[in-house]
Unconditional design. Sequence first.
Length: 407
Amino acid sequence: MRLSTRLQLSFMMFLEFFTWGAWFVTLGTFVLHNLTGTTDNDVSTAFLTQSYGAVIAPFIVGILADRFFSAQIMLGVIHLVGAALLWFCGGTTEFGAFFPLILTYMVLYMPTLALVNSISFRQMSDPSKDFSLIRVFGTAGWIIAGIIIGRLGWEQSNTLQLTFKMAAVASLILGLYSFSLPKTPPLKKGSKIDVKEILGLDAISMLKDSSYLIFFISSILICIPLAFYYNFTNPFLNEIHMQAAAEKQSLGQVSEVLFMLIIPFLFRRLGVKWMLGIGMLAWGIRYFLFANGDINANLWMLIVGILLHGVCYDFFFVTGQIYTDRKAGEKFKSSAQGFVTLATYGVGMLIGFLISGPIVERYKTGPASHDWKTIWMIPAGIAVAVLVLFMVAFKDKDKTQTQAINH
C-alpha cells in the first residue's frame, strides 16, 4: 500500500472515531444536565439509539453500499447529513426534541463503521498486517476528543452542548474529505438482495456447535453489564466530582491500544477459553472497583477500573472475533462477523440499555445523587454469573484454535 493511501485512510479513521467519541462518552451527563426534566431512564433511551442503529446498519450497507453506491460516496453523504443533525442536537434543550435527532443520526452513523472498514480493506494487499496500523488512528481520535472535553472543562461548566458542535464540525470535514478517498465501487452490483446474508443469518448453522453456542449466548449476556459502563460511567464520575472525567475515561482507549499489541503473544499461550474468561472477569473487577472507589483515598480504584477497558474489550470482543473467524471457515466469514455484531451490539446491549436506566433510577437518593455502590455491584454480579456459566459450559475441542491469530 502506498504511503499516501495509508495516510488518507488513517485520517479517515481518526475523523470517524473523533466524531463519535466527541459526544458519546458524555451523552449521559448531557441528557441529565443539559436537557430539562430528564431522568436516568432517559439516559438509557438515548443510548438505545446505538442498538437501533446496529440492527438497521446491515440493511443500509448490505443493500446500498454493496449493490448500488460506492462506499466513499455513501460515507461522504452520510457524514454531511450527520453534521447537520449533530449541530441541531447541540441546540436542543428538551429530550423530546433531542431524541428523534440523535436516533436519526445513529441510524445513519452506525453503517459508517462498516463503510470505513470496507474502504480500508479494499486498498490492502495484506489486511492482517495493515489494518490494525490504520485502525489505531480511530482510537487516537476517540482519545483526543476526550482530552479536549476534559481540558476545556465542558463537563464542569455545564456546556456539553459544545461536544455536539465539535462533532458536527468533524463530521462536516469527514463528509467533504470522503469524496477524495480511493474509489470503492459496489462489489455486488446487480445481484439479488438476500436478507439472510445481509443480517448474517446464513451463519446461524454455526450454533449447532455446542461450544460456539455457549460463546454466542455468553456474548449476548456479557453485553448487558457492558451497557451500564457506556450509559452511566460519565454521569457517575461527574456526580462524585471527578475533574475532567471524559479526559480520564480516554485512558481506557489508551489501554485498549496497549493490550491490542500484546494479544498475539497472550493468545498463543492462553487460548480462546482463558482469553475470553479473563475478559469477562475484568468486567466484574471493574464494576467492583467502581463500587468502592472515590476521588480521595480510593481514586486509584476508579483509575484502574477505567484502565481495565483494554482487557474488558480486547480480551473478549477481539478474541471473540478471531474465534468466530476461525469457526466460520471461508464460506461464512463475513456473515458470521455480522451475526455476532447483531447479537452483541443489537440484542445484548439493547437489553442492557433497557434495564440499566430503571436500575439506576431505582437507587436514586436525591435530585443529583445515587447509591452507586449498590448500582455497580449489580452489573458486577451479572458479569461474574456469565463468567461462571461460560467457564463451566465452554469446552472447545478445536485444539488448533490458537493458530487463528498466527496467520
